[in-house]
Structures are given as structure tokens and as C-alpha cells.
Design a protein around this ligand. Structure first.
Ligand code: ZN
Ligand code: ZN
Length: 355
């Protein structure tokens, strides 16, 4: 299975004429080798490779790393130097977007006779298409998170603190078997809803307010991402109008998703609807992003995106309207692109719920 993933690197070996490819970013390490620890080095040839570990992780790497030789070295770059010197490598690719200047300098000093070739963000794009196992894991964690919110719904009421709600939701996810939360939850009630990334605060929720909850759980490295906006007691007509606009934009975008449709076009469908309803100035962010081992990864669903929806991609659709001094609404689901359309991985129903 992981060998198939490593096959995705073949085009880089060809395009950049690489003898070896060096992988250090923890998410890419996990994706390509199975290793779930925080540090290690993967040194790959087009067909094979080594995993360089240290004593903290050798046992774990021995269990987790699939189909590669595990080598223990106190200093990772020292191990790398020895392996490279044994080979006749002259071009070694590295992850330009994840390598610090200091790490690059250290490598260059240790390997004076080889050329270090910078591979940019295109390397992370190997994770864009999910395989069957990943799709199962993403569906499982998304369901777990949605069900957790259903369970804590009775705690959402007038007088409740945003931060208490965030804590109870995290407890519930962990009770159900999640490894933890995928990110700091956003719980933004009333006027705080105008902040797209308003993290849970000590504010208490009042009657007649919307509360926007953006939440996700993580299990075996895979994340979920979902946002609901709920009404606490009856809300004003303006609230209702804003909610209906966001929900319609969300539904229209999701109906349009199928292989071959550009991510830019999917964004435009939601953005145009919000614009037509007169709220165009209040939707500043992109419509969505890929979800996987990272909460935010490729493809981007935005006016600037060059990506095209393809079967196996998993991404969010999350239109919002944020009005300073008033509040906001965001509705977010994570979808998996299928051969004919898409399926929802997140399960909490999105019609307006009045609590
Ligand atoms: Zn989110
Ligand atoms: Zn998101």
C-alpha cells in the first residue's frame, strides 16, 4: 500500500534528475513510510530507501515503517551523510517548503560534492488524492466528530460559556475514541461571529444569538473539519436571511462538485450567490481546502486555485458571511469527490436549528 504512495514520487525523480529524495516533514514521513513519530529522515531512491531513526524511535519505526530499511543513528544528518557517501548520488531532492535555512546549511556542509535540489509545494500535492484506506479513516473521524457535537447539543444554551462548550466537545470526542482535537475549536457567539477565526472565549452565549462552532477531531493522524451555526432561541429576520444565504451557497457549491469541475468554478458558485444577495463584501476567505493528514492542505477551493476536482480528493466547502458589529454565519462540510459527484463525510445536518 505505502509502496504505491512512494510510486507517486517517480515523476520528481525524472523531472529533477534525482538520485535520492530526502523527506523530513512529519506528515510526508507518515504518508510515505507509515512512521507516526515526530522526527526521522526518509532517504528514497526511485525504487527503495532507508528510514533513519534515533534511539527514541527505533522500536516504533521498526513496527511502523513499511518496506524500507530502518537505520539508527544518534544524529540524523550524520546517518544521511554516511548513506549518501556510500552511494554515487550527485543530485538529492529536498522539501523546500519544510526545510529551514539552518538545516539546508548543515546538509550542504556535510555533502559538499552533491547538488541539493529544492522541490517546492508540488511535493505535498502527492497527498491530494486519498486512497481507500485514507477515505475510510477520514469518514470515520468525521462521523465521530459530528456525533460528538450532537451529544453535547443540550449544553448549548443561554448563559453557557463558549470555552466550556469547546472543552465538553473535546471531552466527548476523546470519550468516543478520538486521539484529540484537530485544532483549537472556534466557538463564536453573537458579535464574535464576525471573526471567522474567533477561538472559544469566556463570553457567555445570549438568547437571540447565533453561535458558530468550527470543530474537528483527529484519529491515526487523519483530521476532520466541520462548522455549524446554531440559533440560541429565536433570531431576527436579518439573522435568518444571512443564514439562508450561506446555506444556499453551501448547497449550490456541493451540488456542483464532480470530477472535472475546476475548484475555481466551485468557489465562484458560492461566491456569486452571496454577492447576488448583497453580502459579497462580507465573504473574504476561500470557499474551502483539502483535509487529510493536515487540517489545511491541497487542493484549495478559491478564486485563485488552479486545481480541478478529481475522484479521491477530500475538501471542505465553507462559505461564510461576517458582518462587523453584528455577527456571522459559516457552514462547513467536508466532502469526498466520487466518480459522479461527491459524498459528505461530515454528518451534522446543516438546516437552521433553534436551540
Ligand atoms: Zn473548519
Ligand atoms: Zn475548514
Amino acid at each position: 500500500m505505502l509502496k504505491n504512495r512512494r510510486q507517486k514520487l517517480k515523476p520528481f525523480f525524472e523531472k529533477y534528475n534525482l538520485d535520492l529524495l530526502l523527506i523530513e516533514h512529519p506528515l510526508n514521513l507518515r504518508y510515505l513510510s507509515g512512521f507516526s513519530g515526530s522526527e526521522g529522515i526518509l532517504l528514497l531512491t526511485p525504487e527503495n530507501g532507508w528510514f533513519i531513526s534515533d534511539s527514541r524511535y527505533t522500536l516504533q519505526a521498526g513496527k511502523e515503517v513499511e518496506g524500507l530499511t530502518v537505520i539508527e543513528r544518534t544524529q540524523h544528518h550524520e546517518g544521511l551523510q554516511a548513506l549518501v557517501n556510500q552511494s554515487s548520488a550527485s543530485n538529492i531532492g529536498f522539501e523546500a517548503t519544510h526545510t529551514t535555512v539552518a538545516a539546508h546549511q548543515s546538509l550542504a556542509a556535510r555533502l559538499p560534492s552533491v547538488k541539493l535540489v529544492a522541490i517546492g509545494a508540488e511535493l505535498d500535492e502527492i497527498r491530494t488524492h486519498k486512497d481507500k484506506k485514507e477515505l475510510r479513516q477520514l469518514a470515520e473521524i468525521a462521523s465521530l466528530a459530528s456525533e460528538s457535537l450532537e451529544t453535547v447539543l443540550p449544553l448549548i444554551h443561554q448563559g453557557q460559556k463558549e470555552s466550556t462548550l469547546a472543552l465538553e466537545l473535546e471531552f466527548e470526542m476523546r470519550r468516543r475514541g478520538a486521539d484529540g482535537r484537530a485544532f483549537d475549536f472556534i466557538v463564536a457567539s453573537g458579535v464574535r461571529g464576525a471573526m471567522p477565526h474567533g477561538r472559544a472565549s469566556s463570553k457567555t452565549i445570549k438568547a437571540g444569538e447565533f453561535v458558530t462552532i468550527d470543530f474537528g477531531a483527529v484519529l491515526n493522524g487523519y483530521n476532520s473539519d466541520e462548522t455549524v451555526t446554531l440559533a440560541v432561541g429565536a433570531v431576527s429576520k436579518r439573522h435568518q436571511q444571512i443564514f439562508d444565504t450561506v446555506l444556499k451557497a453551501h448547497d449550490m457549491a456541493i451540488s456542483a462538485i464532480k470530477p472535472g469541475v475546476s475548484c475555481k468554478a466551485i468557489d465562484a458558485i458560492a461566491r456569486n450567490h452571496i454577492g447576488e444577495q448583497g453580502f459579497g463584501d462580507y465573504f473574504g476567505h476561500g470557499l474551502g481546502h483539502g483535509v487529510g493528514l493536515d487540517v489545511h492542505e491541497k487542493p484549495l477551493i478559491s478564486p485563485r486555485s488552479e486545481a480541478v476536482a478529481e475522484e479521491g480528493m477530500v475538501f471542505t466547502i465553507e462559505p461564510g458571511i461576517y458582518i462587523p458589529g453584528f455577527g456571522g454565519v459559516r457552514i462547513e462540510d467536508t466532502v469526498a469527490v466520487t466518480s459522479t459527484g461527491c459524498s459528505l463525510l461530515t454528518k451534522f445536518s446543516k438546516e437552521l436549528r433553534i436551540l
